[in-house]
Design a protein around this ligand. Sequence first.
Ligand code: ZN
Length: 400
Amino acid sequence: MAVYRKVYRFRMEPTRAQGEALLRMAGARRFVWNWGLARRKEAYAATGKGLTYNQQAAELTALKKQPKMAWLREADSQLLQQALKDLDLAFTAFFEKRAGFPRFKSKKRDEPRFRIPQRVKVEDSKVYVPKVGWVRIRQSQPVDCPIKGATFKRDGEGHWYVTLTAEFEMPDVPLPPANPERVVGIDLGLKDFAVLSDGTRIAPPKFYRRAMKKLRKAQRELSRKQKRSKNRDKARHRLNRVHARVRNQRQDWLHKLTTDLVQKYDGLCIEDLNLKGMAKTKLSLSVLDAALGEFRRQLEYKSIWYRKHLAVIDRYFPSSKLCRECGAINQNLALSDRVWTCECGAVHERDLNAAQNIRAEGIRNIPVAVGHTETLNAWGEGVRPARCRQSSLNQESHAL
Ligand SMILES: [Zn+2]
């Protein structure tokens, strides 16, 4: 049995009292994080050594016994321990040069959030939060596997969301072979969000352009405000609100798209995340980047969940430059070339050619049903070494 992770995210509808209780939990988490960080710094200054998670957990137990710290006991104890674990992870990331030095959490700058590793339940469109109680949620889908952890977060719009990480097991029996007619290559881009090897074009969502404008405006306003001023706080709030709205719209749109794709096809071939030198602004790149990453993440877990094949092509595979008729590689292909002619005479529409090449490369790693013969490319199979790999689902998807 292999164990996979699935993620659910629901909007919460706390009562006013529950909203305040959630904020207190987030406040307790922030307090413990900051206290833990300060303690590590002190210990380092005094002894030249940091503190381990176990040392800090013992210190936390002592801290909670102090009379003036009684309020901390109102928070779920696992939530507080989780704050120290998150801090420990942040230090590990720092030592491994994956992240900067952990910084203090600020009430103004950081969105309220906390994590609970256990004892969170979902029933009848309600989520059980230890020490807060049953909070109503907009449950858009059933939670059909055991919950292994929950993150609660209030976004820039002031809405609370719960992200549940669940685990499910899948027997290690091989997937049924795919009907090659239902294997698709997907080329991701900016002009079209995706072009499929069967010619389908998926336009970027309509809200994109408008969102981009609003983000740019909100960012400009923020940068014009004086540091540490009231107006700057307001501008930061506005920017957070725009970010939150874009994220929510993007999530809804992507969920619908990935579910449609996984239901429609037996096999899906995509390129490894690769922005292919798309000449764009930093902002549009960051938004696109997030959308592509999320698209990939959803496709990965949904293809496991729906038992479909997913082939991820190496990012150095020249999907756009390769002529699918003769196998020649067009080294002179420029980013602006939407249509190009190969020396063999074939005329290619850039993204469609790429999608079809991605499909041809990916299907080599997908068992196809007997009785169907996959049409080979003109230059036959095995010219290039296989560079596909089956995707694996192993990253932690929390973004704390
Ligand atoms: Zn050619």
